[in-house]
Design a protein around this ligand. Sequence first.
Ligand code: TYD
Ligand code: MG
Length: 453
Amino acid sequence: MAKIKSVFYCTACGGETAKWQGRCPACGAWNTIEEHIEKPMPAGRVKSAPVGMSRSAQRLSQVSTDREIRFSTGIGELDRVLGGGAVAGSLVLVGGAPGIGKSTLLLQICNSLSTGRKVLYVSGEESEKQLKLRAERVGVQPEELFILSETRLSDIMEAIEEVQPDVLIADSIQTLYNELNEATPGSVSQVKDCTMTLMQLSKSQGITVFVVGHINKDGAIAGPKVLEHMVDCVLYFEGDPNSAYRLLRAAKNRFGSTNEIGVFEMGDCGLIEVPNPSQMLLDGRPEGASGTCVACVMEGTRPVLAEVQALVSKTTFNVPRRTADGFDFNRAALLLAVAEKRGGMKLNVFDAYINVIGGLRLDEPGADLPVVLAVASSYRDQVIDHELVAIGEIGLTGEIRSVSHINQRLAEVARLGFKKCIIPKNTSEKLEIPEGLTVYRVKNLREAIEMAM
Ligand code: TYD
Ligand code: MG
């Protein structure tokens, strides 16, 4: 007979240890280790090979792919992040802070998903009545949508057996529990157990499963590592709860790239797609103020414009303070050092605060130059032209290096009505400059700063 085994997981990082400890050896968090009893799986559940997966090895060339496996969710921005639509038989985890709009988004996709498909929406958080009210509010009233307010896994599995859905939505994974497991709902062991069951269900019956996961205060889905390894796709729904804009991004995607972002606006009738995010990110840009510069970065396949702000002020500390919001902190520190050494700014006695407006994260090399220009503008208290965009990577010697997709970026810059653009002197593509746009090609940081101010 198989033995019952006990393992210990960290609720913060998902790290595994053999015995209980006060402190997680992997992430160093205190009091986060929980016991998890690993019961042997019931016979018959373990060995069954999922449908569409063969038990013996076969030649790659002989694997058939003729069945159309992708379908649209009816929301273009979500399809984009998923890599061109949802994949049948995949499990997608949608993470985000409470109240950000995860339930709303998933309820909204039911509308188009349920044409020609059966959708089962299981909520462990809201009653059927609440779900109905919300559905009415966001204009979702399809025939083939089944809702169930339930948290016990075995009852949910029964409902799945009965309804035979093509798409299952589980909201949220932290509320579900497997009664065979003694741990409390929301613990790593329960979350892992329930996700594993849903994963097996999705693979064995070809059901597309969307799972909602709340994130804890550190921004990780409870038991993050365990879950991210198990599922096919992890999407994060982000945004400032006080602003109406929401960004959806993929942290992991077995069927597509993880660079794409989807942009939404939360309105009175649910989420509305924002097909033109640059416009939204530049809304309310200050005029005639120093310390701001517009960047153009590639988010997956599309160029997006965003405003970078910097504030440089004389420090009152021994070590000057630096913060970077929406930009990598270490990269910011490196750029400030380059600005000091190659751009002639005495930043060692100045605090520097960098902020990207609109909740976007600029983690692409092309954003280096606008960041340093915003810093330089604040340092000198000189205004950068309102109609100027800067694109370029900065090297350690202060040289401006070429970036990818320069023509696509220039087209977006011109489309949004900007008149001037600073770009690297060397470009890998042959330039196609849009009408009405003046392009300044710079070799190094000093040239760029002189050109911008
Ligand atoms: P919700 O989808 O319940 O968030 P989550 O499932 O991520 O916890 O969204 C809740 C918030 O969205 C709530 O603060 C109200 C707001 N909201 C609107 O502004 N408009 C709407 O049409 C809906 C349905 C929600
Ligand atoms: Mg919810």
